[in-house]
Structures are given as structure tokens and as C-alpha cells.
Design a protein around this ligand. Structure first.
Ligand SMILES: Cc1ncc(COP(=O)(O)O)c(C=O)c1O
Length: 448
């Protein structure tokens, strides 16, 4: 039984009252709460005892499954040795080693890593680095940041400014950073519905950046920020050649290219980073989530060495970059990071994600023709199924499918009218296939 469900409705309401939950329909949730009690491997156990498959690896962040013994052990050990260390004017050895390992995994061994505690902080940090870099080089007019429609870059003021999801922006418009513009998103159902992997249509949309350069002038633009794969908007897959073209245009105009790899970093596409999948190297890379299997909050930015070097001027006793967080490179997060990278390497989990990707692709596309389904997309070990909205009640269909899938034993993710799937890398083939079958049953059970 749920820890709270046996209570009188009034006591239950009182227990759930204080926590204003993030990105949640609070009133609907609290009238029918879904509480998680524990997690192990690919499964959550709900407070009512049901065991459900974690079809999105948490929130895209737990590719090793939950409570991996080596990660748990590493964090426990760290807790006994060094629970916290300030990172301002002091350092601890594990953080330096982890930065080196991350740069190496990204095939950028010469580059630098700045640690933060979340994807949102990573994005805001990358924007600050971009603007400050140009100023340091004497191009202080380069302050504009170009994001993309339907982009999700977290919820910091920088992230929502460059992000392109209207619901995340409209309440806060006056506070957002000025001097931002947006590229069009690349999703066009008429051209790419039910495509498998990268669509062949859409590379030309990168040329919109030339239009924005013509409009604003390159001398005012600091950076372009895009997700290699737009995860939160519903697995919007980059058209073939699109990111190459963005790269070329950025380089031509001296604009920095930021890849927001908070979802795609650490193996989700079957390659270490999304950059490896598409064969395009950005100047700055944000990461978070899977870096330490989400065991302790952590994020960061990988920074091209010469960008770092541009800050390394002035007297050596001066702080070069006035930025950082109390918990940057928290020892527990660092310990979890080392253990996560160890497990990924020893168990060849990134290759495992690549092996599972065609299994997911083949299986998820069998949902074509099922009730409510209007599109299916996939890339790496990620897929999305778009649903036909209930007239006048946007989003409700996906909620119903989500609830029904939970009853079937699968915790999927819904966002708008999209169901997203991104199972842990340690899933078996049977589990991936069963997940899709569970979704099929849920789709069939939800009324037209
Ligand atoms: C691409 C991207 N950037 C940034 C974020 C924000 O990360 P966080 O929720 O850790 O702040 C997310 C979260 O899903 C994301 O997908």
C-alpha cells in the first residue's frame, strides 16, 4: 500500500501539501498520487508495491539502472573520506581526474571541463563563457545567443531565453536575457513522419542561421546553442547534414557552437557524445544527467582549450572567471562519476546502447497503425511516439496513455502529446521489446 493512500483523504492531502512539485500538474497528482518507494536495476517499486520498468532511465539520466553496486559503493566510500570540499581556491584530486576522463571520453583530451550541478547550470555557464570569451578577445559586441524553436535548455534565465518551448517562457518574458534569436526547429511531419534514424530532409534549415547573421550581423552574435537531438521536445532527430552545416556557418562567422548534450552525453546515441554520432565537433559541450548516473546532482561544460586560454590573461593572482557554485565538483558527485565511467567502460555499455538501438527502432515502429499514433521517431537508444490529441483537451491523451502504461508495468515519459522511450543501457532485448508491447496495450486500452 502507498505510504499515504491508506490515510483518510484529508490527512493525505495534508501530507502532500507542502511540496510544490516541479513540472507536475500538482492538483491532479495530489488527487491520485504516484509515489516511488525504491529502485533497483531497471525497475522502480512504487509505494503500492507495483514494480515498473524504468522506460526513460529516470529522466534520461540513469543508463546503468538504479543503485548500481559499484556506484553505491564508491559514494559510500567517499562519504567516509571527504563528504564536501570547497572548490573555490581549493581542490580535490578526484575532480581533476574526472575532468581529464570526461575530456578524454569526448575525444577532446586537450580541452577543459567546468563542473556545475545540473543541466540548467551547465547551459547558463556555457552562455556566460561564450559572451565573456568574445569580450576577452576584444569583441565585446558579440553578446547575442541564437537558440532554436522547441529547444530545451533547462530552466535558468539563460536556458529559458535560448530555449524554444513556449510554456517554459511565457510567464517569465520580462526577466529573460535580451538579445536572443531562434532558428526554426527541424520537425516537419509532412517530410519525415515515421522516419527511422536521421531524416534525409531538412539540412537546408541550417541556412536560416545565415539569415539571422544577415539580420543581426555576425559581430553581434556570440554563440549558437542546440541539442544534437532535441530530447525534451519529443526526440526531434537532426536531419542528415544539418549540424554539419550549422558548424560550417558558425566557423565562417566566428560564432561559437554550443552542443547541449545534457541528454545525449555519455552514450544515449550509442556513441560517447552526440557529437560523435553526427561527426560534428562543437566549441562548447554541456553535460549533466548520465555523467554519474544521476546518483548525485552534477553537470558541466567542456570548453575548447583556446577559449579557456583567452581567459588566462592578467596577473596570475587574479580570478579569471567570476563564476562557480558552492557544490561545483562535489566529492560525492565526483565519486559517482568515476564509478559510472568505470562501469560504462568495463561493461562496454555505450556499445551496448548501440546494440540495443536497432532493437528499439525495429520494435517501436511496429506501433504504427495502433490507436492514437500519428508519428514515431527514433535515434540511438531513444524513441518517441506522437499521439492524436483529444479535441479541446491538449495533453490529456498522453496522460491517459502514461497512466495506463504504468498499470501495465512501464513508466514512460509524456510531454505534450508525445510519449518518449529511452531505456537503461543495461536493459535486455526482451525488456526493450516488452516495454514497447506494454505501450501497445496501453494505447489500445485508452478510449478513442
Ligand atoms: C538538453 C537539456 N539541457 C538542459 C536540461 C536541464 O537539465 P537540469 O534539469 O539538470 O537542469 C535538460 C533536462 O532535461 C536537457 O534535456
Amino acid at each position: 500500500m502507498s505510504a499515504v493512500s491508506h490515510l483518510h483523504p484529508e490527512s493525505r492531502e495534508a501530507e502532500l501539501r507542502a511540496w510544490w512539485m516541479p513540472f507536475t500538474h500538482n492538483r491532479m497528482f495530489k488527487s491520485a498520487p504516484r509515489l516511488i518507494a525504491s529502485a533497483k536495476g531497471c525497475y522502480f517499486t512504487l509505494a503500492d508495491g507495483r514494480r515498473v520498468f524504468d522506460s526513460l532511465s529516470g529522466l534520461w539520466c540513469s543508463p546503468l539502472g538504479h543503485s548500481h553496486p559499484r556506484v553505491v559503493e564508491a559514494v559510500k566510500r567517499q562519504l567516509d573520506t571527504l563528504d564536501y570540499a570547497p572548490s573555490f581556491q581549493m581542490g580535490h584530486e578526484g575532480a581533476f581526474r574526472l575532468a581529464t576522463r570526461i575530456a578524454q571520453l569526448a575525444s577532446r583530451p586537450q580541452d577543459r571541463v567546468f563542473f556545475v550541478n545540473s543541466g540548467s547550470e551547465a547551459v547558463d555557464t556555457s552562455i556566460k563563457i561564450a559572451v565573456a570569451y568574445h569580450r576577452a578577445r576584444g569583441e565585446a559586441s558579440r553578446t547575442r545567443i541564437i537558440g532554436r524553436e522547441r529547444g530545451y535548455h533547462g530552466v535558468g534565465m539563460g536556458g529559458i531565453s535560448v530555449g524554444g518551448m513556449v510554456a517554459n517562457r511565457k510567464m517569465f518574458a520580462p526577466l529573460m536575457i535580451p538579445g536572443v534569436d531562434h532558428l526554426p526547429h527541424t520537425y516537419n511531419p509532412a517530410e519525415m513522419r515515421y522516419s527511422r534514424g536521421q531524416p534525409t530532409w531538412g539540412a537546408h534549415l541550417a541556412d536560416e542561421l545565415e539569415r539571422l547573421v544577415a539580420l543581426h550581423d555576425a559581430s553581434t552574435i556570440a554563440a549558437v546553442i542546440v541539442e544534437p537531438m532535441q530530447g525534451s521536445a519529443g526526440v526531434i532527430v537532426p536531419p542528415k547534414g544539418y549540424l554539419d552545416r550549422l558548424r560550417q556557418i558558425c566557423s565562417k562567422h566566428g560564432i561559437l557552437l554550443i552542443f547541449d548534450e545534457v541528454i545525449t552525453g555519455f552514450g544515449r546515441l550509442g556513441t560517447p557524445f552526440g557529437a560523435d554520432f553526427v561527426g560534428v565537433q562543437p566549441d562548447l559541450t554541456t553535460f549533466a544527467k548520465a555523467v554519474n548516473n544521476a546518483t548525485v546532482p552534477m553537470g558541466g561544460v567542456i570548453v575548447r582549450d583556446d577559449i579557456y586560454q583567452a581567459f588566462m590573461t592578467g596577473p596570475a593572482h587574479m580570478i579569471e572567471f567570476f563564476h562557480g557554485y558552492t557544490y561545483s565538483a562535489h566529492p560525492l558527485a565526483v565519486a559517482a562519476g568515476h564509478a559510472t565511467l568505470d562501469v560504462m567502460a568495463d561493461e562496454k555499455l555505450i556499445a551496448r546502447a548501440a546494440e540495443l538501438a536497432p532493437v528499439l527502432e525495429q520494435k517501436v515502429h511496429t506501433l504504427k497503425g495502433e490507436p492514437h499514433v500519428v508519428d514515431i521517431r527514433n535515434i540511438g537508444l531513444a524513441a518517441a511516439v506522437d499521439l492524436n490529441p483529444i479535441e479541446g483537451q491538449a495533453g490529456l491523451r498522453a496522460i491517459r496513455v502514461f497512466e495506463r502504461a504504468l498499470d501495465e508495468g512501464f513508466m514512460v515519459r509524456f510531454s505534450g502529446e508525445t510519449i518518449a522511450l529511452a531505456p537503461p543501457f543495461v536493459s535486455s532485448v526482451d525488456e526493450v521489446e516488452a516495454m514497447v508491447e506494454g505501450l501497445r496495450r496501453a494505447l489500445r486500452a485508452v478510449p478513442a
